[in-house]
Ligand binder design. Structure first.
Ligand code: IMP
Length: 466
């Protein structure tokens, strides 16, 4: 028997199901008006979410989106690692757009504080994994370490607020100890360090009013009827345990973690929403089973990152319209990257490109209880029609008589109606059915273009019954 709680709210969790950059922000913007609170539960400034506004663009890394919906509250849970310097820069940017977050943004006082030493260490060690250099790994490691050589390693926001001078001293000592082990010229990292230390106290005071000491804050609100959307950062394939170590982020990204790092009892869970991309991408190193060009592309990416080659260099060197017809998968991958704009939004570094991996997607859906999937970049699949594949390539489990790559009938770009995203060619309706059969859950919508209104919504979450 279903027990109905007329006044009780609920939470839905939205996560990426591939390697990050699936276009979660676009989906969150679409559905956020249906919620009272948007909350983060993992990660920190390693996430990125760009909002285009008439006044220019706002880049959010730590503040949950929905900043432009004045009635929506924003929460940063205890599972996040807060970079106070970047958070203050973000708050300044938001204020410059005339948005006042006083009383709207709440940050758990148990969130870990990213320290200057964490950033130094991550900058030094970034290359192996290809991290974003935001200090995530060292910060979460210090949280687990708790004490080293008699000194506390983890600073929670509550520690920093209670004793800002003590926190600054602890941070300085940790950074000095780190730099003492460096060979060669340390003038650049020392200069950055000094800047961070000099501005730290002001950052603490700027954020103080947003820090929420009540651990029951979210639970109380949901108990009284609030509807929460948890906004997952990164993706399930980058989870610190469930991804492929060591090529993962440092936090848990799987939906269940929303109820640890998001400070809410799991009894309030309603649906899990997954977001995937029809043309896949991965930044950073590590396994990518459906990568176009396989190991050669991975090596190309590693070289490009170390040589600082990005969008501009590729544009100068390659003719994407020619490479599109290449019979070399690596070249097709380069063309797809250029034609579908798969470069890091901040760094401009190239993203590795792969075909839609339905075997992996099904595994994510089953392992993490995903209820519905949004598939983005579906319009880009038309590019495959004239490629060496002659249709839409997808990766599926290999069978005794068929390989892992299946090619589905394609459509052409001119069959798509920009003004009518709900009118889809037959091939795309068949594609949707194929994907649903393979992954075992409904595809709720297709992203059909970069704009936020270019989403074909097949049904609304409220109409969904498991
Ligand atoms: P970290 O999270 O900075 O430690 O980076 C670890 C790995 O996760 C690297 O491969 C990063 O490129 C990847 N990563 C972290 N955040 C994102 C994201 O928001 N999108 C895509 N990849 C990410």
């Amino acid at each position: 028997m279903t027990v109905v709680h007329p006044t009780r709210g609920y939470a839905d969790v939205l996560v990426g199901l591939q390697y990050g950059d699936e276009g979660k922000a676009k989906i969150i913007d679409l559905i956020a008006p249906d919620y009272d609170i948007v909350a983060r539960f993992n990660g920190g400034a390693n996430a990125g979410h760009t909002i285009e506004t008439p006044q220019g663009r706002v880049v959010l890394q730590q503040v949950p989106c929905a900043i432009f919906q004045p009635q929506t509250l924003l929460y940063i849970g205890s599972g996040c690692a807060v970079n106070l310097w970047k958070l203050v820069a973000e708050l300044d940017q938001i204020a410059a757009h005339g948005v006042d977050l006083t009383g709207r943004l709440h940050i758990s006082d148990r969130a870990a504080v990213v320290q200057a030493a964490h950033i130094l260490i991550d900058e030094r060690d970034s290359a192996g994994i290809g991290t974003t250099k935001n200090g995530m790994g060292p910060c979460y490691a210090d949280r687990a370490y708790r004490m080293r050589g008699g000194a506390r390693t983890n600073l929670q926001l509550r520690d920093v607020l209670a004793d800002p001078a003590g926190a600054l001293e602890a941070m300085r000592a940790a950074a000095d100890a780190e730099l003492a082990g460096y060979d060669g010229d340390t003038s650049a990292p020392r200069r950055d360090l000094q800047q961070r230390l000099d501005s730290f106290a002001a950052c603490v005071e700027r954020v103080r009013g947003h820090v929420q000491p009540r651990r029951t804050w979210l639970a109380e609100r949901v108990g009284q009827g609030a509807r929460v959307l948890f906004e997952g950062a990164q993706s399930t394939m980058l989870d610190v345990v469930h991804g492929d170590q060591p090529f993962v982020t440092a936090s848990h990204t799987v939906p269940a973690y929303a109820y640890v790092g998001g400070d809410l009892p799991p009894r309030f869970h309603r649906y899990t929403i997954g977001v995937a991309k029809a043309v896949m991408s991965r930044v950073g190193n590590g396994p990518f089973p459906s990568e176009l060009g396989a190991e050669r592309s991975a090596a190309y990416f590693a070289d490009a990152v170390s040589a600082g080659r990005g969008r501009a260099e590729e544009q100068a060197e390659f003719d994407m319209h020619r490479l599109r017809f290449s019979t070399d998968e690596m070249e097709l991958g380069i063309a797809m990257r250029m034609l579908t704009h798969e470069y890091g939004s901040g760094s401009g570094r190239p993203r590795r490109i792969g075909i839609l991996d339905l075997e992996q997607l099904r595994e994510m859906v089953v392992a993490f209880g995903v209820d519905v999937v949004y598939l983005n970049k579906v319009d880009c699949l038309s590019l495959y029609g004239e490629s060496m594949f002659g249709g839409i390539p997808v990766r599926v489990p290999a069978t005794a008589d068929q390989g892992a790559t299946r090619v589905l009938p394609s459509f052409t770009a001119d069959q798509l109606r920009a003004d009518q995203p709900d009118v889809l060619p037959l091939e795309l309706l068949e594609f949707r059915s194929f994907v649903e059969r393979e992954i075992g859950v409904p595809v709720i919508g297709f992203g059909m273009g970069p704009k936020r209104d270019q989403i074909t919504q097949f049904f609304r979450l409220g109409e969904f019954a498991r």
